[in-house]
Design a protein around this ligand. Structure first.
Ligand code: ZN
Length: 366
């Protein structure tokens, strides 16, 4: 054996050893439950605004307690500036796809999501959003259609899976199904779910011991944070209360669509800050839950940046909030993680990589 060969052999041995070690993760690095929180459209400047808003109130952002931070490259399969459905599909399934696609790849074939992997493992699953429950982000985790506008089909797939807890807006889905397919979906839903439309009924259903709750609290998207009932925090708490009854574990997705909506509208500073802080308050609920259940992985990640937000200055050196677009941009978005497997999300990651790691962690859970 030449000296070169000896070195090569040593290197190969070292690589095999490392591979073997990373393949046999200690139990502690596998989550027993997963909570993913999405500020839809929330980029670096958005979190910076939230930081200033929290500071002004003498408070700390919950995400600052999360030790792992990363940046996510959000481009799509065939485009640089992505859409919510393609971006959510990358995060949910680990596959980059075309704009408008929900849970399918560029070949229009279905891709399994981390929520579905969790379901197959026997975990309970939940979707919480301030948008229609059939909107792009929750849809990508629970349905497979080539076009995000197929909301009735998305609703059918997520309730057929079934996702155990579904909370958000979109009561009009029943009318849509009736107009489109002459089908009344309500009897079937009321058979398989505890169906609620008010915060009081949600509290009752969450405390009632049932395993399956569908709550639709507005005809379409839920209103701004100031008028939203139940609040995102209340919906997140109720979902956790129901899901944690499953001894096998659970997967919960929580989204504040209000961030995206208000940045699309180029809204005033206090309005967009309130939506970011609302998502951060839901993160606080997740972190409090984690205190009691340290096997929980909490991941906060946006699908893309919205608004092309700039934070320039006026004569007093105070922030002037500016927008370069009413749509999305290609800017990196921040990611925060804590819990078993969190360290794998550090650094700069492609959005489909985030999705693949998440799926792997759910699939490898003890
Ligand atoms: Zn979005």
């Amino acid at each position: 054996m030449t000296r070169y060969h000896a070195r090569a052999a040593l290197l190969l041995f070292g690589m095999l050893y490392l591979t073997a070690c990373s393949g046999s993760d200690p139990q502690g690095s596998r989550p027993v439950s997963v909570i993913v929180l999405v500020p839809d459209g929330g980029g670096v400047a958005h979190w910076t605004l939230a930081q200033f808003a929290a500071e002004a109130m003498g408070e700390e952002l919950a995400v600052r307690e999360m030790p792992v931070a990363g940046l996510v490259h959000t481009r799509g399969w065939d485009h640089e500036v992505t859409g919510s459905a393609a971006a959510a599909t990358a995060l949910a399934t680990g596959t980059r796809t075309f704009v408008g696609a929900v849970g399918v790849g560029p070949d229009i074939l279905p891709r399994t999501s981390s929520l579905q992997v969790a379901h197959e493992r026997g975990w309970a699953t939940g979707l919480v959003t301030t948008a229609w429950v059939t909107d792009a982000t929750p849809a990508a985790f629970s349905a497979h259609v080539p076009d995000r506008s197929q909301m009735v089909e998305i609703f059918r797939q997520m309730t057929d899976l079934p996702v155990d807890v579904i909370l958000g807006g979109g009561q009009s889905i029943f009318q849509r199904a009736f107009v489109q397919d002459s089908m009344d979906l309500r009897p079937g839903i009321e058979e398989s779910y505890d169906y609620v439309e008010s915060p009081e009924d949600l509290t009752r259903a969450a405390g009632g011991g049932g395993a399956r709750v569908l709550g639709l609290f507005a005809p379409g998207s839920m209103p701004r944070v100031s008028a939203r009932t139940p609040s995102l925090v209340e919906m997140t708490g109720a979902a956790l209360q129901i899901l944690e009854r499953d001894p096998d574990g659970f997967f919960l997705l929580v989204e504040n669509e209000g961030v995206d909506t208000e940045f699309h509208a180029n809204a005033e500073r206090h309005i967009v800050e309130a939506e970011m802080l609302d998502l951060d308050a839901a993160v606080r609920v997740a972190l409090d839950f984690r205190e009691e259940h340290p096997g929980t992985l909490v991941l906060v990640v946006a699908d893309h940046e919205t608004g092309g937000v700039t934070l320039s200055n006026d004569d007093n050196r105070d922030i002037v909030l500016g927008y370069s677009t009413g749509y999305h941009t290609a800017a990196f978005v921040p990611l925060f993680a804590v819990g078993p497997g969190a360290e794998r999300f550090g650094g700069i990651l492609d959005n489909d990589e985030v999705g693949r790691i998440l799926k792997e962690l759910v699939g490898a859970a003890p």
